[in-house]
Design a protein around this ligand. Structure first.
Ligand code: IPM
Ligand code: MG
Length: 365
């Protein structure tokens, strides 16, 4: 039996409900491969601010760095919306990503056939859609300097800087080329190179790397066109590579192809500890009501197995268990279309259903 240490940061709102379900699934999936998962919980986001006056303490950051992986829920909520920017829960998340050096964020857009009807996009448009969004996560306008709000000539002026270096673009682009190589061999790099200098450097840098990956077909697309193409013909994409802010926006848009943002997992990887979190937010409106969809958190636990523990079989089992539960008709509120055969269930019950399917797979492996 090997032991792996996982830092769990439930965060705010529905975060604790979805991570506790994901934790149970993670432990069960890994136990089947003789890996013992030991978890330790830490306050993170608004709840950490309430307790410690900061959204993330240095102790928590160090514990995350020393773990084998970090499983995160969600942060934020109206209670902390008016705090100065560096105390906000979101600032804690950016600090965590930067500290862990997770410059590559993988957001798979997988369409479960059972959920075709739950999407706001027609099934015939969704046919064949399977996209991996690779979002740069520790640079760009989220981190650029200068950043300030000042009085200038009697007016108030706010500045955020979009900054990218060639080396920052290269390291995430390599990850995207490698991912495309393992999938269908197509990479679409998305930028705004008709306007932005950072985008022109982005496009040039990605193009320069393409020679090292002759088996990958590289294309470029402007971000506004990409936003349109994702809804018009999502099947044309295999891997999408883009910067921090464009990736944030495009991944929320793409989540609607799957039926709900409650279905979207993510993995953030780099040189140090990997960070796994659902793409959705803390949903304060339904927090504590056992209504949240835990499937994105569970699917994030699957990515954790794959990328941080090298347990791709455990990851496959979790993903197959999700498939089976959806195929049987179980739905959380966000993916419930009230058609025949669908059964509306809560967060914990959804976790139990996935657990049940997973157990069957672990026994028959
Ligand atoms: C995401 C979220 C975060 C981001 C927020 C909560 C800071 O929207 O992970 O997509 O913008 O990166
Ligand atoms: Mg986002």
């Amino acid at each position: 039996m090997t032991t792996k240490q996982i830092a769990v940061l439930p965060g705010d709102g529905i975060g604790s409900e979805v991570t506790s379900v994901a934790e149970t699934i993670l432990k069960a999936a890994c136990a089947a491969y003789d890996v013992d998962i030991q978890t330790k919980n830490f306050l993170f986001g608004g709840c950490s601010y309430d307790e410690h006056g900061t959204p993330v303490t240095d102790d928590t950051l160090n514990s995350c760095l020393q773990s084998d992986a970090v499983l995160l829920g969600a942060v934020g909520g109206p209670k902390w919306d008016d705090l100065p920017s560096d105390h906000r829960p979101e600032a804690g998340l950016l600090k965590l990503r930067k500290t862990l050096g997770t410059y590559t964020n993988l957001r798979p857009i997988k369409i479960y056939s059972a959920l075709m009807g739950a999407s706001s996009v027609k099934p015939e448009i969704l046919e064949g859609t399977d996209i991996l969004i690779v979002r740069e996560l520790t640079g760009g306008i989220y981190f650029g300097q200068p950043r300030h709000t000042k009085e200038v000539d009697g007016d108030t002026v706010a500045t955020d800087a979009m900054v990218y270096s060639k080396s920052e673009i290269e390291r995430v682009a390599r990850k995207a080329f490698e991912a495309a190589r393992k999938r269908n061999g197509r990479l679409c790099s998305v930028d705004k190179s008709n306007i932005l200098d950072t985008s022109r450097l982005w496009r040039q840098t990605v193009s320069d790397l393409a020679g090292n990956y002759p088996d990958v077909e590289l294309s470029h697309m402007l971000v506004d066109n990409c936003a349109m193409q994702l809804i018009r013909n999502p099947g044309q994409f295999d891997v999408i590579l883009t910067g921090n802010m464009f990736g944030d926006i495009l991944s929320d848009e793409a989540s609607m192809l799957t039926g709900s943002i409650g279905m979207l997992p993510s993995a953030s990887i780099g040189d140090k500890t990997g960070l796994y979190e659902p793409v959705h937010g803390s949903a304060p409106d339904i927090a504590g009501e056992n209504k949240a969809n835990p499937l994105a958190a569970i699917a994030s636990a699957a990515m954790l197995c794959r990328y941080s523990l090298d347990l791709s079989d455990a990851a496959d089992n979790i993903e197959a268990a999700i498939d089976d539960v959806l195929a049987t008709g179980y739905r959380s509120g966000d993916i419930y279309a009230s058609t025949q055969g669908e059964i509306l269930i809560g967060t914990k019950e959804m976790g139990e259903k996935v657990f049940g399917e997973l157990k069957k797979k672990a026994i028959t492996r």
